[in-house]
Design a protein around this ligand. Structure first.
Ligand code: NAD
Length: 291
């Protein structure tokens, strides 16, 4: 029997916890606030920003949007970004990506205060992930994968997990989070030789490559857990993941759909991180911990 892992269910569960924490913070006179920073008008970034604002506001978190034209000078942007970063009323910053090439992302990340970095992109937060330091903020997509696995009680200790994709935003930090749960992790990339061999004995396969139908029936062993992080459009223009869902579904014990899987959790995870960030900046009064 295959269980379809439902991202909306996981997000709703996490939202209940966040609402309680937001209410507690309000009762203590704290108004959690997030800044959403966007350069340019990419439609994907605008949709994600709108979805995030809707989610934050529904949870009682204040939002402020900062948008810049595509051709803003690097100097003007970095100077304003520094002010946003130093604004005491702002507890967390979400930088919509990608940003235009003429603005050096490394400079932006250097400026960002790690305890406002709700998408866990600074080296400080990445380092804390390695040593499992408590007051860290994790990248939201890998954290959303972990929320999904936790909600469905998927035990990772001693399990063989294959992660397909090794980017700094998804694959690499996700591999670290899995290692922190004592999983045995194999991380694959575009140059990995014989992907089927790396996947076919895995208890859990997590694909974050951005390639349609990359994970197919031969990759999946009977009873495996399959998590699809990919967001792609197929030849018919339909939104699909990396996994050939219909071909592998019946072989799996648990599988995530696309849409309705990991993508449905990420903005809620960002809201949780905003509350963690708020707590780290005050005398901790909400006593939150990473999940
Ligand atoms: P990226 O392009 O930065 O990295 C892709 C990684 O996958 C690289 O390490 C690359 O070597 C590897 N890869 C690519 N093709 C491969 C192949 N054929 N075999 C093995 N490895 C391969 O992408 P990213 O930012 O890490 O995102 C990955 C996917 O996840 C994309 O589809 C993206 O849209 C999606 N994504 C989804 C969410 C979400 O909320 N669900 C969030 C972020 C990214």
């Amino acid at each position: 029997m295959t269980t379809i892992m439902d991202g909306k269910k996981v997000a709703a569960h996490l939202s209940e916890e966040i609402k309680e924490v937001v209410e507690k913070s309000h009762s203590l006179g704290i108004t959690p606030k997030v800044a959403l920073v966007r350069v340019g008008d990419l439609s994907d970034s605008i949709s994600y920003e709108n979805a995030a604002v809707k989610r934050f506001e529904k949870l009682g978190i204040e939002t402020e949007r900062f948008s810049f034209p595509e051709d803003v000078s690097a100097r003007a942007f970095l100077s304003r970004f520094r002010e946003i970063n130093e604004d005491y009323s702002i507890n967390g910053i979400l930088l919509l990506q990608p940003i235009p090439k003429h603005i050096d992302m490394k400079r932006v990340v250097e400026i960002m205060n790690p305890i406002k970095d709700i998408d866990g992109m600074t080296p400080d937060n990445m380092g804390k992930l390695i040593v499992k330091e408590k007051n860290r903020l994790e990248p939201c997509t890998p954290a959303a994968v972990m929320e999904m696995l936790k909600f469905y009680d998927i035990d990772l200790k001693g399990k063989n997990v294959t992660v397909v994709g090794a980017s700094a935003v998804v694959g690499k930090p996700l591999s670290l989070l899995l290692m922190n749960q004592e999983a045995t992790v194999t991380t694959c990339n575009l140059y990995t030789d014989d992907l089927v061999a790396k996947c076919k004995d895995a208890d859990v396969i997590i694909s974050a490559a951005g390639a349609v139908n990359l994970i197919d029936e031969p990759h999946v062993k009977e009873g495996a857990v399959v998590v699809d992080v990919g967001i792609n459009f197929n030849e018919e223009g339909k939104l699909v993941g990396d996994v050939n869902y219909e071909a592998v579904k019946d072989k799996t014990s648990y599988i995530t759909p696309v849409p309705g899987g990991i993508g449905a959790i990420t903005t809620t995870v960002l809201a949780y991180h905003l509350m963690l960030a708020t707590d780290y900046q005050k005398e901790p009064v909400l006593f939150l911990e990473n999940h």
